[in-house]
Design a protein around this ligand. Structure first.
Ligand code: GLN
Length: 547
């Protein structure tokens, strides 16, 4: 049975709880243990699928087709363990399950209450697959004291009591603010936060403290005393140059040792940290820099394209080069010539997105990359835009467009080169959708296989002809136009195994122009860069060498 580590946060949000959890997962792996990480989010959305990327950052998609919190991306990038639908839950999901059960009569006439019905549902969620791993790390979203979070805190408190002694520990992440005028780190907010936690019955075993400055011994002692935590379980989480330093930095501060001590695991297995030393070596000792333009819509919030930014960094690590990503608002190209903006970049990436705004600009970016022979990676909407560009400018179909935009506008303006997908095959059954279906959870979601054409650029990049990648889209390139587009040099080099759905296109006679209907960025890891990103950055490096 797994040991459980519950990770909570206090004082302020955005302290990097997800990252700290992910780094701890990596450290436990380095000690030879198997891990799984889970996120419990107190918000009422059933999942983040319907939330704007501006609100909540990227939606991370799992192989089994769940739309989850972006922290699951951190978990995967640090541990390499593929997240599952059962690794992410929200109040919305818990409540809707409880209410469904109530309607079905499952509670046999009982009055339904937060305790025990909601808390039981949360506890059931936490224990899914508990026999599969050595450690289950469960992060509670938000900060202690939030009204919405209470049922989760109550559930983990109960859970730790239900389990045998020593099976669960609590780690609390807070902030030690630095007051410049006093020249001091302040411990009071942490004391209050721990007090709040203890008032609901949770006594933290480990405190992880974010601070801009090293924590003096005196402060550490004070925190240990006031918060009733052992001194060697008061761990500093210093600000880091790069997130990938976290496993090594937290190890230096003694985090993994403190966790093993809390579980009384002795002697502690020695850590094998060479994976993270190599990652850091590649980051720190990179030579040169390539500049990649990311032409998208959600450029105001970096978290909106979190996995893409990370996958580009990984691509740089594969080539021992630094990747400098710059975000450009696609709408600019609807008013202005893209050339002055895009000249000087070594590669162009058009990411996924929804809705028409900015799409004409993305089409211009694709055209610029194709004509100027600059490496281009189009992801999902970025592939659809590349196909529309080719249809318009190579295939002579001036009104080529996507049904998505006509649907949004409520009138017909385009020939739908990209159309709404109404039916597709998943495993051994057919999935059907209508244009006016609910928005949540109704896309083509999760891992699907694609067959690659032998001898194509992508087959060479992947080094095989059958791949599995994660999808999240409603619209699809129409194979009706395949023949004519191929005659004009846009090859359909990856297709669904039944040959009905285009998965990858590439431009012939171009050093590197690839569009993919899926999201390769979701599977890239610092210690295993995704082949498409690794080769895209390699191509960008070639361009850099030529200029
Ligand atoms: N909006 C497009 C679709 O639904 C692309 C989605 C995406 O880029 N993830 O097909």
């Amino acid at each position: 049975m797994a040991r459980f580590i519950f990770i909570t946060g206090g004082v302020v949000s955005s302290l990097g709880k997800g990252l700290a959890s992910a780094a701890l997962g990596a450290l436990l792996q380095a000690r030879g243990f198997s891990v799984r990480l889970r996120k419990l989010d107190p918000y009422l959305n059933v999942d983040p699928g319907t939330m704007s990327p501006f609100e909540h950052g990227e939606v991370f998609v799992t192989d089994d087709g769940a739309e989850t919190d972006l922290d699951l991306g951190h978990y995967e990038r640090f541990t390499g363990v593929a997240a599952r639908a059962t690794d992410s839950v929200s109040s919305g999901r818990i409540y809707s399950t409880v209410l469904e059960k109530e309607r079905r009569g499952d509670y046999l006439g009982k009055t339904i209450q937060v305790i025990p019905h909601v808390t039981d549902e949360i506890k059931d969620f936490i224990s899914i697959g508990e026999d599969e791993v050595d450690f289950m790390l469960c992060e509670i979203g938000g900060t202690v004291g939030d009204i919405e979070g209470l049922p989760f805190f109550e559930a983990i408190r109960q859970f730790s009591q239900d389990k045998p002694l020593g099976q669960c520990i609590f780690m609390h992440l807070t902030l030690l603010p630095y007051i410049a005028s006093a020249g001091e780190l302040k411990t009071k907010p942490t004391q209050h936060s721990v007090k709040e936690l203890r008032s609901i019955g949770i006594a933290p075993d480990i405190l992880l403290l974010r601070s801009e400055h090293p924590i003096p011994e005196k402060e550490r002692e004070k925190i240990a005393q006031f918060c009733n935590v052992r001194k060697d379980a008061v761990i500093a989480a210093p600000d880091l140059e790069t997130i990938y330093e976290a496993p090594l930095a937290y190890h230096r501060e003694g985090l993994d040792q403190a966790v093993l001590d809390a579980f009384r695991i002795s002697p502690a297995p020695r850590p094998e940290l060479s994976r993270w030393e190599d990652v850091m070596d590649r980051l720190v000792n990179a030579e040169g820099e390539v500049r990649v333009a990311i032409v998208g819509k959600y450029t105001r919030l970096e978290d909106a394209y979190k996995s893409i930014a990370e996958a580009l960094t990984h691509g740089g690590m594969a080539n021992r080069v630094r990747v400098k990503s710059e975000w450009i608002d696609a709408e600019i190209f609807e008013r202005e010539d893209p050339a002055p903006y895009l000249e000087g970049f070594h590669a162009i990436l058009v990411p996924g997105g929804f809705g028409e705004r900015g799409t004409e600009g993305k089409i211009k970016a694709a055209q610029f990359a194709r004509e100027r022979k600059i490496p281009y990676l189009g992801i999902c909407l970025g592939m659809q835009m590349a196909v529309i560009e080719a249809a318009r400018n190579l295939g002579g179909m001036a009104d080529a467009g996507s049904e998505e935009f006509d649907h949004e506008a409520g009138r017909k303006r385009f020939t739908p080169v990209v159309y709404h997908l109404k039916e597709w095959v998943k495993g051994n059954h057919t999935v059907a959708r209508k244009l006016d279906d609910d928005k949540g959870g109704t896309m083509r979601l999760g891992a699907y296989t694609a067959s690659l054409t032998k001898g194509s650029k992508v087959a060479q990049v992947y080094g095989c002809t059958s791949i599995e990648e994660r999808h999240r889209h409603r619209y699809e390139v129409d194979t009706k136009f395949r023949e004519s587009l191929e005659q004009h040099g846009l090859c359909f080099s990856g297709m669904s195994p039944d040959g009905r759905l285009p998965e990858i296109v590439e431009v012939k006679d171009h050093p590197w122009f690839i569009g993919v209907q899926f999201h390769p960025e979701l599977k890239s890891k610092p210690f295993a860069p995704h082949p498409l990103f690794a080769d895209f950055v390699r191509a960008a490096k070639e361009v850099e060498r030529l200029v």
